[in-house]
Write a protein that binds this ligand. Sequence first.
Ligand code: ADP
Ligand code: MG
Length: 260
Amino acid sequence: MKLEARGLFVSAGDARIVENASLHVASGELVGLIGPNGAGKSTLLKALLGLQPRTAGEVLLDGAAFDRMPPIERARCVAFLPQERRVEWRLRVRDVVMLGRYPHQTGYGAPTKASERAVDSALRLVEAEAIADRSVATLSSGERTLVLLARALAVEAPFLLVDEPTTALDPYHQLHVMETLSALARRGVGVLAVIHDLAAARFMDRIVLMSAGAIAGDGTPAETLTDENLSAIYQIEAVRGMKDQRQWIVPWSRRQTPSP
Ligand code: ADP
Ligand code: MG
């Protein structure tokens, strides 16, 4: 399966926030969407999902118009972790994760066995079983991120869009989330993840670079995270090396601007 955006434009007032953005994610791929603050990454994800109106372009799921699918079917096909992690509900963690099953529930009865299993499995995947009975209102922001990620995982959708899933997490949980996303992709899920941490690039099959509302590159980490691109898009210099046949990158310094 393939989820694809073609030529998306999003405006707010006179400002163009996303300009002619095209990208795709296929089943079994972990794709990173990377770019500076304000580049338009979150807006692009929301436009892809139909949560933000676009002024032009189309979104296709296996070649068919995604927007024309019934909302409940869209929700079953594409799970989403929004960047905004505020939770207003005073719900138990387990009940928040169960919200991910909403598109699968029929009627108002008790959750099905399949839903209970999906919630157990999602809580296990993010290692949040120990806090399953806590109120979400009492969680740290890192814990909240893991719980909201579990909610998205509980959907068991063929596509998963996650906006900064590792922000606010300690190194153990950053690695844990990246390994989880990678494992989901190996199992056939198409994953699109907005990530700031260049160290996470080594988990990605492909990286889409975004800068000032436009797509500035699309390819393997080695093809996209070149010194030239990091300098032009982020104004930084990075150091890099190899381990286990994978390249690691650490941002090292802001680019030295020539003195006047
Ligand atoms: P990113 O996720 O890449 O950091 P966003 O998609 O959140 O960026 O935002 C892209 C740009 O669009 C930012 O400069 C942001 O301030 C602007 N923006 C987003 N929503 C609106 C809006 N409703 N009105 C005006 N500007 C907006
Ligand atoms: Mg964002």
